[in-house]
Write a protein that binds this ligand. Structure first.
Ligand SMILES: [Zn+2]
Length: 282
C-alpha cells in the first residue's frame, strides 16, 4: 500500500476533498480523515482490488487444496459422500475448531475453521451458497460490511458450536447462515415488495437448509443457529448501503478480519507443525 504524504485526498469517512495531513475533517469532523496518508490506498483496495465474493471463494479453494496436499496419502478416495476428504491430521493442522481446540488453547480456530472443508461435496455445496448469497449482501450492504457479516457470523457460529455441542467442526455453512440472517434483517428494515420478497426467500432457504441439516447425520446444527443469529443481529445493526454509504470503519474492520484470518492460519500451522504426523490416516 502506498502512503500519500502531501496534497489533497478524499476524506476516508465522507469522501469530500481534504488535505491529507488534516487532523480533523472540516466537512464531517472525522478524526484523522486522511488515515495518516493511507486513505487513498484503502479506497483503491476496496474500489478495485477486493471482490469479496471471489476472495472468499478463492480462499476456501486454496485452503482446501493445501489440506489435501500436506497429507496426500490419507485423502479419502472412496466414491461416497466423503470423497476428497482431507485427513483429520491435516484439518487439525490448519485449524479445525471444536471444544478440543479451546482446551488446547487454540482460539484462532474460530477464524480458520470457516475456510476449511471436510470433503469435495461439502466444499462445492458451500461455495454454491456463497456464490448466490454473497453478491446480494455486497450489493445491499457494501463490500466491507459483507465481509464483516461473513467472517463474524462464522466466528459466532463456531462459538455457539464449541460451547453447545463441542464437536470438532469446520466449514463455511455457519457464515452462510449469517448472510441469510443479515439479508433477512435487511428485508425487514427495507419493507415494501422488495423487502418482503427477500425476507420470504431467506426464511425459505434458511428453513430448508436447517431442516435438511437436522435430517442429515453429522451436520452441526448448533453452528447453523449461531451463525444465523449473529448475521441477523449484524443485519439489524449495520445500515444498508442505500441509506448510508459504507463508512471507513466497516472497511477497516473488514481488512482487519481478513488479515486476522491469514494470521490465524499462519499461527495454526506454525504451532501445529511439530505435532503433525502425515500418513497416519486417523
Ligand atoms: Zn469527512
Amino acid at each position: 500500500m502506498a502512503r500519500k504524504k502531501s496534497g489533497a485526498v478524499l476524506c476516508s469517512s465522507c469522501r469530500q476533498i481534504i488535505g491529507v495531513n488534516e487532523k480533523r475533517c472540516p466537512h464531517c469532523g472525522a478524526i484523522a480523515p486522511g488515515l495518516f496518508g493511507f486513505a487513498p490506498a484503502l479506497q483503491r483496495v476496496f474500489r478495485e482490488r477486493i471482490d469479496p465474493v471471489s476472495l472468499l471463494v478463492g480462499a476456501s479453494v486454496v485452503v482446501y487444496a493445501l489440506t489435501l496436499l500436506v497429507d496426500p496419502r490419507c485423502i479419502h478416495t472412496g466414491i461416497d459422500l466423503d470423497f476428497g476428504s482431507p485427513s483429520g491430521e491435516a484439518l487439525r493442522l490448519f485449524g479445525m475448531t471444536g471444544r478440543f481446540a479451546m482446551v488446547e488453547g487454540r482460539p484462532w480456530t474460530l477464524l480458520t475453521a470457516i475456510f476449511l472443508h471436510g470433503s469435495l461435496l461439502h466444499l462445492g455445496f458451500n461455495l454454491m451458497w456463497v456464490r448466490s448469497l454473497a453478491p446480494p449482501a455486497v450489493e445491499l450492504f457494501g463490500k466491507g460490511r459483507a465481509v464483516v457479516i461473513f467472517i463474524l457470523s462464522g466466528v459466532g457460529c463456531f462459538l455457539a458450536s464449541d460451547l453447545w455441542s463441542g464437536a470438532p467442526t469446520l466449514g463455511a455453512s455457519g457464515a452462510i447462515f449469517g448472510l441469510m440472517g443479515a439479508l433477512l434483517a435487511y428485508g425487514r428494515k427495507r419493507g415494501g415488495e422488495f423487502g418482503a420478497q427477500i425476507r420470504r426467500d431467506m426464511i425459505m432457504w434458511a428453513g430448508l437448509m436447517f431442516f435438511l441439516g437436522l435430517a442429515m447425520p453429522g451436520v452441526n446444527n448448533a453452528a447453523h443457529v449461531g451463525g444465523f443469529i449473529t448475521g441477523l443481529l449484524l443485519g439489524r445493526v449495520l445500515p444498508a448501503r442505500e441509506r448510508k454509504r459504507e463508512t471507513r470503519s466497516a472497511r477497516i474492520l473488514a481488512l482487519v478480519l481478513l488479515l486476522g484470518t491469514l494470521a490465524a492460519f499462519l499461527v495454526s500451522v506454525a504451532t501445529g507443525l511439530s505435532g503433525f504426523v502425515p500418513g497416519r490416516c486417523a
